[in-house]
Design a protein around this ligand. Sequence first.
Ligand code: ADP
Length: 453
Amino acid sequence: MKLKTKIHLFSTLLMLIVLTLTNIGVYFLFEKMAYDTEYNQLSQRSDELTASLSQMNGKTDPSAVLRAYIPPSGAVRIIGAKEGKSPSVQNVEGIQNFQPHLQGNQRYSIDRYEGVPVLTISVPVIWTDGEVVELQMIHLLNDVKQNLKTLILILVAVTLIAMIPIIMSSIALGRIVTQPIEKLMKTMTHSRQSGTYEKIKVPTEGKDEMAQMGRTFNDMMEQLERNFNQQEQFVSNASHELKTPLTVIESYARLLTRRGFDDRAVAKESIGAILSESVRMKEMIEQLLQLARNDEQVAFQFKQVDIYEQVEMTLQPMRQAYDRKFFLAGEGPVLTMTDPEKLRQLLYILLDNARKYSEKEITISISEDEAHISLAVTDYGKGIPEASLPRIFDRFYRVDEDRNRKTGGTGLGLAIAKELANGLGGELQVESVVGVGTTFRLLLPKERILTES
Ligand code: ADP
């Protein structure tokens, strides 16, 4: 069953139940009030009759007294007087044989006589001979029956008339709720079929849940599109970058097959080139895998560490491996919560770049203010042109000159460094002057803000 039909049926049924229950309540309330009124009137009549009977003497005709107080349709009778002294009067055929269901000491009852409600009041009276007899007044409630019938007709009519706007509003409600959902579904189906990221029209002023749902959907589509484009760009960049070393390897391999076995110099050059390109490719693939893992939001494991000690641990192997001066400025310990492995990996990328793109000494300075710990990696190398600075963290971006020189980089290092910095809750900044040098500054928060849910 469609959602629209479900809403429609449910709200109509609910309103029908509410209306029916209200009507049943109204009916019974009216019935009770009608019986109460009739009871009061008959009770008053019986009081008056009792008073008249008490004033009777031996000569008075009891039937005449009873007739004076007979209800408009019903009967009055005396029960329990001695033989021959049980007068009874009635103005409805056959009512003298009617037996009310008075239980115990009950003084009144409501029964049915030929489908009409009958009210009976029974009171004790002292008869002329001093005996206590029972006076019964019986009243057929024809009017009440008629009124109740009319009331039922009115209530049914009111219910039917009220159902018209109820049904209409439930149809409208169903539409209001399902229209945006239908629109969403149509857009999604169309997006799936056409392979595009379509959005739906949402009123800019709309503040209700439906408008919010529409906006969330549009945001989601936008993000999906952005992610898809990024992935596409990444894959195309990656295949393009991998194609270059593969082409070099292929052409040297061909050269080797053609002339390599006869010419030692050609063989040496070819194998050297194949080796260096393979190493470069391996490095690039490792970095690509690293980026893919970062995309999966590999959990960072934060713990309390001394940053000073971590920097020292990163510098030691660099000093060992390269004939270069690496200085550490600042004082330790500098304690904070961070992921030490990821921090060292990040510093290694920055130090390796500083080494690659400069000839002189390299300095890491640690400093702190109230909110941040700052780690600045400074080199006195060739610097980065101002125009390239905004793109330096893009995947595969390399300054043209370095790309042409084929220094062996991949253009992925800083992209990874930036993602690591984000993962550590920090920020990576760059300052560079061509011909003077470059400083990459990592700002780490002192108090880690918990971003994980
Ligand atoms: P690569 O593998 O090429 O080093 P990166 O992403 O680490 O890739 O760096 C991107 C580019 O930024 C480099 O190709 C280089 O042109 C420039 N660059 C990075 N660090 C420095 C630096 N310390 N000094 C000068 N240029 C740099």
